[in-house]
Design a binder for this molecule. Structure first.
Ligand code: HEC
Length: 270
């Protein structure tokens, strides 16, 4: 009886000593080998974040915005032009911002572009055909540039895409139809893996870029006579536009579920 009473505290003591002795070592080991993500997962997250921001902007700002008297133009950045960026230009502005913060690159291009600089050529064009034939994003390595690349289809999700491209004077094609693959968004990064910390920073940089570009648009019309108010609602609800925080919050709300699922499915956790 006496002996068994002694055994339990003794076992606890041994376990406690073992934990104290081994824990710092285990912690040190795990912090030395920082976890990394496959670059492919980062590309999938970014494609999701970009799809959400682009369709939110196209469908809930550009579409209804036009009905309440807003203009959207290629030369929106000109101080004399009272307009917002076109969806493709919105994306290009975001691409410029994030490329200054890390080595990530984003490009929107097509086999039949409006702008010549957006023309797909060479290997890019070959991969684009492959992506269209297989109906899935393609991932490859650009050996010359030594970069990992991911190409995602850019689809005519609304008649606004079709109508504007078909009627644009510089368009290389005038018979686009709904759901056509109008082009591709291409992401690239130098290495096959990326630390979790750096990957999350890039996602955060992209969200920040979306807020910055949207913010420069609303700053142009804030307080201008005859223009919608800012921060009172969405164009579809009333004569107003969401402010930059409301716009970004909606992007984050719509994108986060899928972003988290992609991150959790990454092989680095297995
Ligand atoms: C109001 C007109 C307009 C709308 C709406 C529009 N685009 Fe564009 N799009 C343009 C212009 C102009 C460019 C060229 C912009 C640039 O690169 O300076 C462009 C560029 C592009 C490009 C790059 C290749 C090219 O043509 O230069 C793709 C791909 C594209 N748009 C797809 C779409 C999709 C998909 C939608 C709908 C979600 C859409 N666009 C909505 C006018 C429009």
């Amino acid at each position: 009886m006496k002996a068994s009473r002694l055994v339990a505290p003794l076992v606890l003591l041994v376990v406690a000593i073992y934990l104290v002795a081994t824990a710092p070592e285990a912690l040190a080991a795990s912090s030395k080998t920082e976890r990394s993500l496959t670059t492919r997962s980062l590309f999938m997250v970014l494609a999701n974040e970009n799809d959400i921001a682009r369709s939110l902007y196209t469908e809930e700002i550009v579409g209804p915005g036009k009905k309440i008297g807003l203009a959207f133009s290629e030369d929106w950045a000109d101080p004399a032009v009272l307009a917002g960026p076109l969806p493709a230009v919105f994306l290009r502005c975001c691409a410029e911002i994030i490329s200054k913060k890390s080595s990530i690159k984003l490009r929107l291009a097509s086999d039949y572009p409006i702008e010549l600089r957006n023309q797909l050529v060479g290997t890019e064009l070959k991969r684009f055909q492959e992506m269209k034939d297989r109906g899935v994003p393609v991932f490859y390595v650009n050996e010359d540039a030594k970069r990992q690349v991911a190409m995602f289809p850019d689809i005519a999700v609304s008649m606004a895409c079709v109508a504007c491209h078909n009627s644009h004077e510089h368009s290389a094609k005038s018979d686009w139809a709904l759901n056509d693959v109008m082009g591709a968004t291409t992401w690239s990064w130098p290495t096959e893996r990326i630390s979790h910390k750096e990957a999350l920073k890039i996602v955060n940089d992209f969200r920040g870029a979306v807020r910055t570009v949207y913010s420069s648009f609303v700053d142009k019309i804030r307080g201008v006579k005859g223009m919608p108010g800012i921060g009172l609602g969405w164009p579809a609800d009333c004569i107003s536009l969401p402010d930059p925080d409301q716009f970004l919050a909606e992007c984050v709300k719509r994108a986060s579920g899928k972003t988290l699922n992609i991150l959790m499915a990454d092989e680095s956790w297995k």
